[in-house]
Design a protein around this ligand. Structure first.
Ligand code: IMP
Length: 435
């Protein structure tokens, strides 16, 4: 790929358009080199991605980095990474990731910032997450058990604890204890040593202090001064608390609205919004999945696509591309372009199906139903396309793709109504077509 920043403008958001795990990390990694600042807006350690890059200590070797909280752009020299106010941060997990970077002699000074308004995930949030799931039984969400929901719940209940508070440890401790006591009276089964957790957190103040700042101010000033900013979305549109398949969703807004509120950057400054769309669909955890394949084809997609959760290792459910899911994401997020990922995973298939729409009581639906109960009565329309039975992993230009693969991409573009400008054909950084 040539053409620095691909005419994306100065401030670009990258968003998941399905149920997360659309392989956002690769485009983020490619673009991180072209942007000055890489920021995150929502979610927490429920997300995760692994990248393989030259070992900073010995470039002849490859090093594997697993990131949950820190933007992967941190590994590129001189890039600035920002954790915005919309995140919920488990401090020991963050420290662990920062320690890994330090082991590779990656200097963080002056190029890593955490919003003073981001909320803290405490260990008791993780325990509450597990208790909630246990209580739901069959109806459990299948969360990542990282305490994300309970931390956002505290934020919305206005008893949450912001990361900036840690700098005044005494009043921070009072606030934490008070919140914890409220939760303890609510969750009878909650067993937790709050003193121990506070004692451990005290040790991290020195490490965190230089990084904590008003990141909204920082990002806006940077944008005003012509700096380029890449905002890395988390999860995906259909896991959105408002627009997703509620209640089987995460507790934040992984859609464009979450980018604004989670960074403090207003819509006028955002120049492009790229949606990451896998060439098929996957989902981890419970919840509706209209195009799910529970047969051999689903298993084949899982194995070839390496579809196992990067945070929990759970096997991902796999299914055909769902154009309504894609079209809805284009609409909600105002996408300006699409990166279709993992096209090569379909290389061996004889025929490939695309779900083109849903019917309810014989009527075509224009958008995703709000009530999960309705899904039981839906009918799904499919088209069947010829596979290409050819290795696409070496394609560099769109024209290098077999005709049937080109037709597949063009059909998706037509159905979701947004240009597919990037096409992923393998795991390596260079296996991406720009058109
Ligand atoms: P939570 O975000 O841990 O509360 O989980 C809520 C739902 O979102 C569950 O179905 C999770 O599997 C799903 N989820 C959360 N984070 C991710 C992610 O990064 N990729 C895919 N699914 C996710």
């Amino acid at each position: 790929m040539t053409n620095a920043r691909f005419n994306l403008g100065n401030v670009t958001a990258i968003l998941g358009t399905q149920w997360g795990d659309e392989a956002k990390g690769k485009l983020v990694d490619i673009l991180s080199k072209e942007f000055d600042i890489i920021a995150k807006a929502t979610g927490g350690a429920n997300a995760g991605h692994t990248i393989h890059v030259p070992n900073p200590l010995n470039p002849a070797e490859t090093a594997k980095f697993v990131f949950h909280l820190v933007p992967s752009g941190m590994i590129h020299d001189g890039k600035v990474a920002v954790l915005g106010n919309g995140l919920v941060i488990h401090i020991p997990s963050l420290i662990e990731e920062l320690d890994t970077l330090k082991q590779y002699k990656i200097d963080l000074a002056g190029r890593f910032f955490i919003s003073d308004r981001a909320h803290i995930v405490f260990d008791y949030h993780k325990k509450i997450d597990a208790l909630e799931e246990e209580q739901k039984g069959e109806a459990k969400v299948g969360t990542t058990l990282r305490g994300i929901g309970p931390a956002y719940l505290d934020k919305i209940s206005r008893r949450g604890v912001r990361i900036g508070e840690i700098l005044d440890f005494d009043s921070f401790s009072d606030h934490v204890r008070k919140t914890f006591m409220q939760l303890k009276s609510q969750y009878k089964g909650l067993k937790h040593d709050i003193d121990e957790e506070l004692k451990n957190l005290r040790d991290f103040i020195g490490v965190l202090k230089p990084f904590i700042t008003d990141t909204s101010l920082f990002l806006n000033k940077a944008a005003d001064n012509g700096k380029t900013i890449l905002i890395e979305g988390s999860q995906g549109t259909h896991l959105d608390i408002d627009h997703g398949t509620y209640p089987f969703v995460t507790s934040s807004n992984p859609t464009i609205g979450g980018i604004y509120t989670g960074t403090g950057i207003g819509h006028g400054k955002i120049s492009s919004v790229v949606g990451i769309m896998k060439a098929y669909v996957t989902r981890v955890g419970s919840g509706v999945f209209p195009t799910e394949l529970t047969d051999e084809t689903g298993n084949a997609l899982r194995e070839k696509g390496g579809e196992y959760g990067s945070t929990t290792g759970r096997p991902r459910r796999c299914g055909w591309f769902d154009a309504l899911v894609g079209k809805y994401a284009v609409m909600i997020n105002g996408l300006t372009s699409i990166n279709l990922t993992k096209l090569d995973v379909l290389d061996d298939l004889e025929t490939i199906k695309i779900c083109t729409g849903y019917k309810y009581k014989g009527k075509n639906l224009e958008s995703m139903p709000a009530a999960v109960e309705m899904y039981k009565e839906l009918e799904f329309d499919y088209i069947e396309m010829k596979g290409w039975k050819t290795d696409t992993s070496k394609a560099v230009k769109f024209e290098d793709l077999p005709e049937n693969a080109q037709n597949y991409v063009l059909k998706i573009e037509e159905l979701v109504r947004c240009p597919v400008n990037f096409i992923g054909v393998g795991v390596r950084r260079d296996q991406i077509i720009h058109r």
